[in-house]
Design a protein. Structure first.
Length: 156
């Protein structure tokens, strides 16, 4: 578990790591949480997960980029599905929380991640996406999160 990561309180709702990673892979958006030294900052983002890394498209400047430059520890959360159960005063859900270290990719480093993002979000437009990637890759950054710890939780 490590000194930074606390166990889930509701162990009966804990998911196995492979289940959590499956939810992470199939979900469409998540919330990236960074710390700028004053307040935590969470921002909803599109992303792609592959082989222990999360990739997030970003402008080269801004709050999240500056925060990562000063403090590379981040948290990333996704909700795979949810359904309010009114008559049961409960919610069915599945969620994943990831802790990791972020770095910022620039220039040619961003191309493979942009291709992965295009494949996930626009798979029918691969040729057009490649043209856009080649025309704009120098103008964008990609945040890459190396996963150090992942926890999944569900009430099914």
């Amino acid at each position: 578990m490590g000194k930074y990561f606390k166990p889930l309180r509701r162990k009966d709702r804990a998911l196995k790591e492979d289940e959590a990673l499956e939810i992470l892979a199939k979900s469409n958006y998540g919330v990236l949480c960074v710390f700028d030294g004053n307040y935590p900052y969470g921002i909803p983002v599109n992303y792609v997960y592959e082989d222990g890394f999360i990739y997030i498209h970003s402008a080269k400047e801004g709050h999240k980029i500056e925060s990562i430059k000063s403090f590379d520890r981040v948290c990333f959360t996704v909700v795979g599905s949810s359904q309010v159960m009114e008559n049961e005063f409960s919610t069915k859900y599945e969620s994943v929380v990831v802790f990791g270290r972020a770095d910022i990719l620039h220039d040619e480093q961003v191309i493979p991640a942009l291709r992965k993002l295009a494949q996930k979000y626009s798979p029918r437009y691969t040729n057009e996406a490649e043209r856009i990637i080649q025309d704009s890759f120098k103008d964008v950054a990609v945040i890459r999160i190396k996963i150090e710890h992942v926890q999944g939780k569900a009430n099914r």
